[in-house]
Design a protein. Sequence first.
Length: 127
Amino acid sequence: MRLHANLQIRGRIWLTRDGKNILGRGRVELLEHIQATGSISQAARAMKMSYKAAWDAVNTMGNALDTPLVSTSTGGKGGGGARLTAEAVALIDQFHRIEQAHQVFLAQLEREFAVNPVKNTTSHSKS
C-alpha cells in the first residue's frame, strides 16, 4: 500500500524507564546547553524555560537513571557552575546514535511506502 501524495512519515525518540519519559530531544538539548555554557541558568534561558524547570528536568533524568548527569559548584567570588558528568556525555552520544538510526529507519519506510519513490539514477548498462 502506498501513502497518499505529500504524506511523510515522522517520529520522535524518547528513552523511557518504567513507562516514564526520561530522555528526548528537548532534554538532550538542555544538557548540551549546560555543557556549552557551564550554567544551568544560562542553559534554561537558551531553552526559554525557567531555571526551576531546567533543574527539575536534570534531577528527573538523574534520579530515573540512578546517576547524576550534572555536577554543580556553588557560587562565590569566582561564581558557581555546572558541568556534565561522563555518564551524561555518553548518554547524549548514545541518544544521537539512536536518533540517527531512527532517521534511517523512517527514510526506509518513506521509500517503501512513497507515492513517487525516488528512482535509482545509477546506470547499469553494459558498454
